[in-house]
Structure formats: C-alpha cells, structure tokens
Ligand binder design. Sequence first.
Ligand code: GDD
Length: 317
Amino acid sequence: MRALITGIRGFVGTNLEKELYQHGYEVWGTTRKSCPITDSTASFSRIIPVDYSSEEEIMSIINEIKPTEIYHLAGQSSVKISWDNKVDTLEVNIISTVRLLEALRKSEMAQTTKLIMIGSSEEYGAIDNGNVAIKEEDILRPISPYGVSKAATSLLFQQYVRVYELKLVYARPFNHIGPGQGMGFVTSDFAHQIAKIEKGILEPVISVGNLEAQRDFTDVRDIVRAYMLLAQKGDVGEIYNISSGEPLSIRYILNVLLSLSYRKDIEIQRDENKMRPSEFPIYIGNSSKIRDHIGWKKEYSIKQSLQDILNYWRNLV
Ligand code: GDD
C-alpha cells in the first residue's frame, strides 16, 4: 500500500505518518515549500515540497507516486484563527481542496486512488438539540468561518463523487487532541501554561477562554487509526463521524489538567481575547456508523491523553 499525505508535517499528519508506517505502508507526504524538512522526517516517509496553488504540480506528484490512498490534511485547522483570517481560511480550505480534486480527476489515478477528505464537527454548527448526539445526515448550519469552509468541502465531496465518480470517503472528526498539537487549541493552551508555571517561568495564574462549552474529545492517535480504516474499508461516497460520544466541559478538562500538576496554587483568570464571536454550547457526536461498519472504537481515555499532553509540554518548555 502506498499512501500520500498532504500536510504531513502538521499535528495530525505526523501521527498518521507513524500509524501508516507501522502498518507496513510506503508513506509519501507533501508540505508547503516554505516548511523546513527535518531529519526525523526522513526515517518514516519521503517528503515532497509542493505549491498547493499549482494544480499541475499536484497532478504530476500523483502521477509519479501513484498512491493507493491520499489523505488530505493540508489546511487551516484553527476555529479561533478563522474568525481573524476569514478569507485565508476559505481560500486555503476550499480552493486548495478543489485543486487537489481537479488534479486527481485529471490524473492517471482518477479511477484507482481512494481519497480521504477530512471535514469537521464544526460543519454542524447551530444544531437543533445539543443534548442529542449528532448524526452524519443532520443538517449543516456552520457558525464559524472554519465551519463554513469545511461544509463547503462536504459539498465538493458530494459533487465529485456524483459527477466524476472519484473514490472519495469523507471523515468528520470531532475535537481531537494529543501530544504535539500546537498552541491555539484548548488542551495545549492549558498544558503549556501549567508546564511553564511548574518551571517558574510564569506566575501561578492560568488564562482561559469559555469554560462552559462542552466538546466531544478523541485522542489524535485514535483519530488517525480511524482515517486508515476508512481508507481500507470505508464506502465510497459515505461520510463518517469520528467521536467519543461523551461531551466534556472545558472546565472539566482544565480541572483534570490542574489535578495532574505538582502546583496546587494555580489561579484561573478569564481572558476576553480567548472568547469567540459565537460558538455552539455543546457538541456530541454519534459515531455508530464508523463503529458498526468499520469496526473502529476509541482506545485512549481522556485522562491518558491529558497526561501525555502535559508531559509533552513539560519536556518542551
Ligand atoms: N483554543 C482555546 N484556548 N480554546 C479555549 C480556551 C483556550 O484558552 N479556553 C476555552 N476554550 C474553548 C473554546 O472556546 C472551544 O469551545 C473549546 O475550548 C475548544 O477549542 P479548541 O481547542 O480551539 O477547538 P475547536 O473546537 O475550536 O476546534 C477544534 O475541533 C474541531 C472539531 O470540532 C479543531 O481541532 C478543529 O480543527 C476541529 O475541526
């Protein structure tokens, strides 16, 4: 099996790279030309710097590598950033996806390669009843610019399956977390500050945003296993939620991280800059489709994920 991962040097890409390599895949990846290639890269996979705005360049990479599977991870993944950079988010997430779809459609691999597209639970947006777990067929009413960009890729997915009969499968993950995730996402933001407080670099005050939101968290290591299984067993033209089905408040996440810290004197301070113009109070995902059809279920507990994330930041700061 030969996999091509777009955005291989990102948080999810590096985890997927490991998972596929451990399962005997030959792994190739693309990165932006501006992204430096490090030594660790070379051990697992072959990396090709690419200009994502060039359909021809992407097509010639597909023709050259002839991947059995493509995982499209390249994009702008922060909901918070999308509020400040609306145009960039829409451009990067929608237009680059069209370019990849066009490149695949015009390539020699159009009828052969399976492409796993990655959406988001943010596509659902203003759902009718937050206490009921969201299913794949529920209406998309995105609130954030990021959610809009991903809802658009859902429409592109349906169009390219119907009109061009490409072999596409659509993954819709809920919040995913783990060691290696960058700053700007909630568990990293909290763990990073706690690690700095423990080392005496920061005063014992942790700055937070909206603690009342409830989200459905899954470890990135479970998420990438789901992507691989979808490439192997997912039905073409189908959308699959990936979630734990267990809503947790951000306050609970904070409390678990604080309980894992050596410091017992940390104060909590709300930062208005971390609040968003709008967000839905609760998301719960229904992942029975991927469980029943594909046999995926999560293995990492939330406590394990948070412990690993905190240890990651302790080693880094
Ligand atoms: N980032 C951040 N930092 N979020 C905070 C903070 C903070 O200090 N304090 C509270 N929050 C709240 C946010 O308001 C949000 O309700 C929740 O924590 C999760 O925020 P993020 O971790 O930034 O994730 P997200 O839900 O906006 O988006 C993530 O999940 C999507 C799937 O639902 C990203 O991973 C997306 O790429 C992904 O598609």
